[in-house]
Write a new protein. Structure first.
Length: 436
């Protein structure tokens, strides 16, 4: 990512040998080695250190494991400031490191809301204090997330906001969204939308037979696609860069696929739970499976997986949304939505690879180079670029146990879920911040 917060430079040189080098940005997938010097990548390639590592260079033997750019998580909720009992920048950073995430971007829906320069500077300062993963933030599209008055987008961009979103609230007013997209072209930034038409999204789970059986109010798939299709018309009017967050329906994916074919500046992401789970995970009022947008039908889950496989979906984000027990152990209709996801992002995302639906390099692009590019950053194993790296065993099996999460909150519906893929080492600016 560009514009990293100031942090100490890693001393010396480190050689990572006996690795499977994976670089989605350049298409590299080959055995080899990589050298870091200070905070940067100095060299890499299949022939590097063929005759051994020179004396004076620290050596890390990867044992045949994968060495890739660190993950870029473009959608997390950090809860600091305002709800530190759920999560803090410190605990989220540690959880991110365990999950192989080296850069993460926070939603602005904290208390206070990140709708001014002070909010952006607070996140940057806390990231510098932690000296762990790189933490960035979005600015709010509208003041107070109220959907009416635009924030000072130019000023916030200048101070480091990587894009603009109203978080879990859709920008419902078409004129406000039109103006936001128009202004975004001036400052070369991106508008990220929560894709739910508010008047249709007043339910608590996916609309359908299961919601009817449980007696719960439903959110139809049309709530998502109507908002997306409206916004695509506004993109045509303005030329603004537009990103659909956590897409969950086949209808919306098809609309985005069509927009891309027409050459519109449109991108989207999804989260692992939308291609690994469906509405049946709600079971008998299981609030840990309550998310926004809701888990959808099996057909929609398959459509999300297909959107990933064919490249329509650009990125995978954790959609990390920590909630404490008081917010989750309530009647389903009253419980807060959200799943923690930093520590399971890589392992859950590897499911399409193990199922033979995607190649490993293709999947890693959704977690590294593509989200970085959407945010005008960079991610790759390129000489001179930041040494933000992850070493992982793509085959190692393990069982998810939320009680063992480093995150303050444990709200995840994956208890007992078998996965493959374990992070062994996470490196930021040449410094190891997690070693298994």
């Amino acid at each position: 990512m560009q514009r990293p917060p100031a942090r100490p430079v890693a001393p010396g040189r480190v050689a990572y040998v006996n690795a499977r080098l994976l670089d989605p940005a350049s298409g590299l997938d080959a055995p080899g080695a990589l050298l870091t010097e200070g905070a940067e990548i100095a060299d890499r390639g299949p022939e590097l250190f063929k005759d051994g590592v020179p004396e004076g260079i620290e050596t890390v033997d990867c044992g045949g494991a994968c060495l890739a750019p660190g993950l870029v998580d473009m959608r997390v909720q950090l809860r600091e400031p305002g709800e530190e009992h759920k999560e803090t920048i410190s605990t989220a950073s540690r959880a991110a490191a365990i999950g192989g995430v080296t850069s993460m971007v926070a939603l602005p829906n904290t208390e206070p809301i990140v709708d001014d320069v002070a909010g952006v500077e607070f996140v940057a300062r806390r990231a510098r204090e932690e000296k762990s993963v790189k933490v960035y933030t979005y600015g709010a599209v509208t003041r107070g997330l109220e959907g009416h008055e635009l924030t000072e987008m130019g000023l916030l961009t200048a101070y480091g906001a990587l894009g603009f979103t109203d978080g879990l609230k859709a920008v419902a007013d078409a004129q406000v969204m039109r103006r936001a997209l128009a202004y975004s072209t001036i400052f070369d930034t991106v508008i990220l939308q929560h894709p739910e038409e508010p008047s249709l999204a007043r339910g608590v789970m996916n609309s359908g037979a299961l919601a009817t059986r449980l007696g719960l109010s439903g959110i139809p798939v049309q709530a998502e696609v109507i908002m997306v299709e409206r916004d695509l018309r506004l993109v045509e009017m303005t030329g603004g860069r537009y990103h659909v967050s956590h897409v969950s329906t086949g209808a919306a994916i098809e609309a985005i696929r069509g927009a891309k074919k027409r050459g519109l500046p449109v991108s989207c992401d999804t989260a692992p739970h939308y291609f690994t789970l469906n509405e049946n995970s709600v079971g008998d009022y299981r609030t840990f499976a309550k998310v926004s947008p809701p888990l959808r039908s099996e057909d929609d889950r398959k459509a999300v997986a297909e959107g990933l496989a064919d490249g329509t979906i650009d990125a995978i984000a954790s959609d990390h949304a920590p909630q404490d027990q008081d917010a989750k152990r309530l009647p389903f209709a009253l419980a807060e939505p959200g799943i923690v996801g930093l520590e399971t992002l890589l392992a859950l995302s590897l499911a399409p690879v193990h199922a033979g639906r995607m190649g490993l390099l293709e999947l890693l692009a959704c977690l590294t180079s593509r989200p970085a590019a959407i945010l005008k950053g960079r991610s790759g194993l390129t000489r001179g670029w930041p040494a933000d790296l992850v070493v992982f065993d793509a085959e190692k099996p393990w069982t998810i146990d939320p009680d063992r999460f480093t995150s303050k909150s444990k709200n995840a519906p994956f208890e007992g879920h078998m996965v493959q893929g374990r992070v062994l080492r996470t490196v930021v600016d040449g410094r190891p911040i997690f070693v298994a």
